[in-house]
Write a protein that binds this ligand. Structure first.
Ligand SMILES: [Zn+2]
Length: 460
């Protein structure tokens, strides 16, 4: 069946390469094409001088004009930095490159008929009216439903069952009704009346003054809401409660060992396991907070950078001021992007999260070293500078100071601002002054930028 389909392989990039085969993205595509592969087309190299992006705009317009004749569907263009060495320096934030950005075309629109309006009940009880449409293809996808958001939206757009409407979809977003076309409205149509009863449980529908959304008042009796309500109820407990469990045991309820299915031994095992969990490395602590976008790898970056929980919290609080040095410092960590930083700082700013952090700080003890044992081994085998203290001074030619710093930290080194007896390496570029002098007085190892790059293995 697959063989009968006209499948094609198109190369638009590459993964690992044993050796460098191009200096630029465009040269790489040309070579891939010369080797006989079908490569991603069309593309164009546009020179941007003095931030003049007119050339990029022109190409965007051109592709939008040619869009329907390309033979495949696209939703926009992607702008990439052509020079591969710059791509390398810009690097990635999580899985998205800093050297490429998508520029989408405006959403595609189509005209169809609203055959019905039905209300869905969400897990919070929110009631969302949904337009059931005469099926139509928009941007290559068959659309049968579109959200109408709430009763205000229906009223504002004057949408009735039977109306001819304009719909649009952008990317993966749920299709929306843009407007109704009243000229094509059937004579028999009537204004849509929002339900007064929940379509799932029949409870009264309420809408608070000043709110756009309507809610089912059924609560736990509404099957649409049960899961979310139970989750909310259970989540009133915070992680801190786990660590105070033993101290509270037997106070309000009978002791755990007397509960059905529990005995002395199982209760003791649980309390001992909780005791052991009090000792945790900083990266696992940060990861366990469940901050959006902060996975295990990011937690390690943060732990390695900030080293202690107290220091991390102090810096996160200082970073709430976006013009602070602390914010610049957070942003300079390779692998931390703007959105991730936002989520992190929002989490820290929430008073209830601060309460949990305060509680947990009292309940846990930081374990040194801050990287996990597994990580320590991996890095210490692979990195010649793991655990070393490095000071950069003077001008570097192949990278900026903050890049050098994050690169060294990524390899497990501790980057210090001042030279001391504890310093292992001083990397001195042109213009290095007192720090280099002090390093030589102390008999420390002073490296040139080139020697440094050789030490760490020629860069990344
Ligand atoms: Zn209900």
């Amino acid at each position: 069946m697959t063989a009968s389909r006209p499948l094609q392989f198109t190369a638009h990039g590459w993964g690992e390469a044993s050796e460098s085969f191009a200096d630029t993205q465009s040269e790489a595509l040309r070579r891939i094409h010369d080797w006989g592969f079908r490569s991603s087309e069309p593309y164009q190299v546009v020179k941007v001088v003095d931030a003049d992006v007119a050339g990029l705009c022109g190409y965007y317009d051109e592709i939008e004009r040619r869009r329907s004749g390309l033979g495949f569907s696209i939703d926009g263009i992607v702008l990439k930095v052509d020079r591969l060495s710059w791509q390398g320096r810009l690097g990635f934030v999580s899985r998205s490159p800093r050297w490429a950005v998508a520029w989408k075309f405006p959403p595609e629109r189509a005209v169809t008929v609203v055959e019905d309006i039905q209300c869905q009940v969400g897990r919070t009880g929110k009631i969302t009216p949904v337009a059931h449409l005469k099926p139509i293809t928009v941007g290559g996808v068959m659309v049968r439903r579109a959200t109408l958001h709430n009763s205000d939206e229906i009223e504002r757009k004057g949408i009735r069952i039977g109306d001819t409407v304009v719909i649009q979809r952008a990317g993966d977003v749920i299709p929306q009704v843009v407007e109704a076309l009243p000229a094509q409205r059937p004579e028999t149509s009537a204004v849509y009346r929002f339900p007064e009863r929940c379509p799932v449980c029949g409870s009264r529908v309420a809408r608070e003054a000043g709110e756009a959304d309507s809610y089912c008042t059924g609560g736990l009796i509404c099957s649409a809401q049960v899961v979310e309500r139970l989750k909310h109820f259970a989540s009133r407990k915070t992680p801190v409660d786990i660590f105070t469990l033993e101290a509270r045991d037997g106070h309000q309820l009978p002791p755990l060992c007397e509960w059905e299915g529990w005995g002395e031994k199982s209760a003791r095992n649980l309390f001992e396991a909780i005791q052991r969990a009090r000792v945790i490395s900083l990266d696992r602590f940060i990861y366990a907070l469940g901050i959006r976008q902060v996975g295990a790898a990011t937690a390690r970056l943060l732990a390695r950078h900030y080293r202690s929980l107290a220091h991390w919290r102090t810096c996160m609080e200082a970073s709430q001021d976006r013009s602070s040095d602390a914010y610049v410092d957070l942003f300079s960590i390779n692998g931390i992007g703007a959105r991730m930083a936002d989520d992190l700082l929002q989490f820290i700013a929430e008073p209830h999260n601060q309460e949990v952090l305060d509680g947990l700080t009292a309940a846990t003890t930081e374990q040194l070293p801050l990287v996990t044992v597994h990580d320590y081994e991996r890095l210490s085998n692979a990195s010649p500078i793991f655990g070393k203290t490095v000071v950069f001074t003077g001008t570097l030619s192949s990278m900026s100071r903050s890049e050098a710093k994050s690169q060294a930290e990524a390899l497990g080194a501790n980057v210090a601002g001042a030279v001391s007896r504890k310093t292992d390496y001083v990397v001195a570029g042109p213009g290095a002054g007192s720090k280099e002098k002090r390093a030589r007085e102390l008999g420390l190892i002073v490296l040139s930028e080139q020697q440094w790059l050789e030490l760490i293995g020629g860069g990344q």
